[in-house]
Design a protein around this ligand. Structure first.
Ligand SMILES: CCCCCCCC/C=C\CCCCCCCCCCCCCC(=O)SCCNC(=O)CCNC(=O)[C@H](O)C(C)(C)COP(=O)(O)OP(=O)(O)OC[C@H]1O[C@@H](n2cnc3c(N)ncnc32)[C@H](O)[C@@H]1OP(=O)(O)O
Ligand SMILES: Cc1cc2nc3c(=O)[nH]c(=O)nc-3n(C[C@H](O)[C@H](O)[C@H](O)COP(=O)(O)OP(=O)(O)OC[C@H]3O[C@@H](n4cnc5c(N)ncnc54)[C@H](O)[C@@H]3O)c2cc1C
Length: 627
């Protein structure tokens, strides 16, 4: 039968050791073992089913998410899962929920911005989930412009408290995940006011709901901000709205690693840079880059398997049509995405290392690499999420009409993924940060300060000094071009990190060869996409451009027999993929047919509403016909 045979035959053609590639993708043999074990644990647990998610009402969907989160937490305790295993469990449960913000932002903020004492007080409560926290920064009126936040935290020396207040409608906190219905606490960002003087934005731990009956505490108005894009998708999350009416908190609930307010109301700055108030965002952006390769590889896995099963036109001598994966146009759309998934995986690994390195340095009061860590996390978050969002949509189109069905898994994946281009920093705003960093680096070239890290190449480009003079005349005027320059800088990082990966010891028959092909596809595809820029700046000649395109076509042919094995190496379970088109066994058509009958519309042969709305029309037509 088509599908079973097709994928089995594809797998037999692979020219490399798939099991070794799985290790490369996972990062290590140990990580592969953990991820494989936990993915099966989730797939075999009926509480974690997700096949009806897109058909549930918001209330049912949300309650079901609470059920899953509680069950996940129970399993984590019962099985004594390590932090690594718990994170894998969250990944395979595959459902955005309040837990993400509690573990992913609330706890890291206390760790990064709290003093030792504050950590000792709050972290044990948070780790045991005796309190549940979220990250309340964005307001109705300001998200990107953090320094424009309006919430106030005014010090009252009489009582040794801060008074947290929302002075305007636009100062209402708006968007924080987990806030709407679940969180008992939040890190709230607001303007520190002492003696009528504004000292800018700082973080404060604020209790929102009673730990007894979950009702909002006095002075607090709180709720969910409403349905978001798509069915299922991010609607499992209670993104919330929050207003404060002169809510009092003890002074020691201001996060005081960066600056402290004394009992007398004096502001004392510590030796750490004030930018550490933005530290959680660096951490989460780094995480988002790692996650981009997961979302993209998932879409690519579905589209690649389906492209090998789907046949259209080109009747062959044996009487069967051509697999759509054999069309060069399909390959030229699909294989660059396959290469991007691998490229993002490796740059994500590197970024994780960079983040750990900067953290270790921060502990030792070395703040020198913070600007680069900020630029890299901001830029790569922007590049990888934009490419992944576009890539998922391209995979939907690569699957033709069936890609539009929820049962393909692609619509929900797209809907849940696209806010990544906005949250944790709008992608254009973040690229402007990279542009500023690049301009600053260029401006220091003449002063003898050698560029380091990802900007080391700048020391070799003489024309850059002239660029700097031009940019000095108008950063805002040139910002659209500067954003392109920032993207180019980030692409260079992605390609360099892929090349560095290839320089490592890579065991397994044929594995290195496949990765080299993918690396070359990624680099040449980027060149192809921006051919105009490369030609107009004289970086390459027209002859080189045409050679590069010929090389790209030949690389597609090289990857073609290995395509299915390259997506098998992601080691995704059918539960995780949740796609009829991407099934491991390729049994697409019978399952698509079966799936259709599960739709609630098919519960009855004659639909609800027939007698009210359809029958009268039909009868009317009958009368008109008689007339
Ligand atoms: C079903 C359940 C299962 C249960 C299982 C349970 C187990 C769970 C286990 C694990 C789960 C873990 C899951 C983790 C997942 C985490 C997912 C999170 C999801 C994300 C949700 C989204 C959250 C958000 O969106 S939060 C809000 C984010 N907001 C933003 O990003 C705002 C963007 N704006 C800014 O960052 C700034 O305003 C700005 C940078 C744009 C501008 O800043 P500014 O006004 O101060 O101006 P400047 O540009 O002048 O900057 C000044 C100076 O600072 C430097 N700078 C800026 N930013 C930073 C930084 N971040 N770090 C360091 N330095 C920075 C800048 O370069 C300037 O420096 P100069 O030297 O040039 O002065
Ligand atoms: C699903 C989701 C979850 C979220 N979770 C949280 C959370 O848990 N906690 C939290 O605090 N926040 C959260 N947010 C908020 C999120 O961080 C902000 O929406 C994000 O930072 C973008 O800010 P904004 O909405 O103000 O966009 P805006 O800044 O209003 O952007 C609108 C447009 O203006 C452009 N723009 C803005 N400034 C500039 C500039 N200087 N130059 C050029 N163009 C510019 C942008 O590119 C964009 O096109 C979440 C958002 C979403 C969508």
């Amino acid at each position: 039968m088509a599908g079973f045979d097709d994928l089995a035959s594809e797998r037999s053609k692979a020219q490399f050791d798939v099991e070794e590639m799985k290790v490369i993708w996972a990062g290590s043999r140990h990580t592969l073992e953990v991820s494989d074990r936990i993915s099966r644990l989730v797939a075999n647990d009926p509480v974690f089913r997700k096949d009806t998610r897109t058909m549930l009402s918001r209330k049912d969907l949300f309650k079901n998410t609470l059920r899953k989160a509680a069950h996940a937490w129970k399993r984590i305790i019962e099985l004594r899962l390590s932090e690594e295993e718990a994170a894998e469990l969250r990944f395979y449960v595959d459902e955005p929920a309040f837990m993400d913000l509690h573990w992913g932002m609330f706890i890291p903020t206390i760790k990064g911005q709290g003093t030792e004492e504050q950590q000792q007080k709050w972290l044990p409560l948070a780790y045991k989930m005796k309190i549940i926290g979220c990250y309340a920064q964005t307001e109705l009126g300001h998200g990107s412009n953090v320094q424009g936040l309006e919430t106030t935290a005014t010090f009252d020396p009489q009582t040794d408290e801060f008074i947290i207040h929302s002075p305007t409608l636009t100062s209402s906190k708006w968007w924080p995940g987990g806030l709407g219905k679940v969180s008992t606490h939040a890190v709230v960002y607001g303007r520190l006011i002492i003696d009528s003087k504004d000292y800018g934005v700082n973080g404060f731990i604020v209790q929102l709901r009673s730990l007894d009956d979950h009702l909002p505490l006095p002075g607090i108005t709180i709720g969910d901000i409403g349905m978001k894009f798509g069915s299922g998708a991010y609607n499992t999350m209670d993104n919330g709205v929050l207003r404060f009416d002169h809510v009092r908190i003890p002074r020691d609930q201001m996060l005081m690693r960066v600056s402290q307010v004394t009992r007398e109301g004096k502001l004392v700055q510590s030796n750490v840079p004030w930018q550490l108030v933005y530290g959680t965002m660096v951490y989460v952006r780094q995480k988002i880059v790692s996650d981009a390769s997961c979302a993209l590889s998932r879409a690519v896995c579905i589209a690649t398997r389906y492209s090998a099963v789907r046949r259209q036109f080109g009747l062959q001598s044996n009487g069967i049509e051509t697999q759509v994966i054999d069309y060069k146009t399909q390959q030229s759309r699909l294989f660059p995405l396959l290469a991007s998934a691998y490229a993002f995986r490796f740059v994500g690994e590197w970024l994780k290392w960079l983040y750990m390195d900067v953290n270790q340095r921060l502990q030792a009061s070395d703040f020198s690499t913070l600007p680069e860590a900020h630029a890299c996390t901001a830029g790569l978050k922007s590049l990888t999420t934009s490419a992944t969002a576009d890539g998922i949509e391209e995979c939907r189109k690569l699957c033709g009409g069936h890609g539009y069905l929820c049962s393909s898994g692609l619509p929900e994946l797209f809907a849940v993924y696209i806010p990544a281009c906005t949250y944790e920093g709008d992608n254009i705003v973040l690229l402007l940060q990279v542009a500023r960093f690049l301009i600053k680096t260029v401006s220091q070239l003449g002063s003898g300060k050698e560029p380091v890290g990802t900007t080391v190449y700048m020391g070799r480009v003489e024309q850059l000094m002239q660029c700097h003079c031009a940019v000095q005349k108008g950063f805002l005027e040139l910002s659209a071009d500067l954003v392109q320059a920032a993207v180019a800088h980030c692409q260079l990082i992605v390609v360099s990190k892929f090349i560095e990966k290839l320089q490592q010891d890579i065991p397994g028959k044929g594995v290195k060869g496949q990765l080299e092909a993918l690396c070359n596809i990624y680099a040449l595809f980027i060149l192809h996409k921006h051919l105009g820029d490369f030609l107009s700046t004289g970086c390459i000649t027209p002859k080189q451009a045409s050679l590069a395109n010929a090389q790209l076509r030949s690389l597609y042919s090289q990857v073609r027999p290995n395509a299915i094995a390259l997506v098998d190496a992601f080691n995704y379970t059918d539960h995780y993929l949740s796609s009829v088109l991407g099934r491991y066994d390729g049994n697409v058509y019978p399952k698509l047919y079966e799936e259709a009958w599960k739709d609630p519309l098919n519960d009855s042969v004659v639909p609800d509403g027939y007698q009210e709305y359809i029958q009268p029309i039909l009868k009317q037509q009958l009368r008109n016909a008689r007339l």
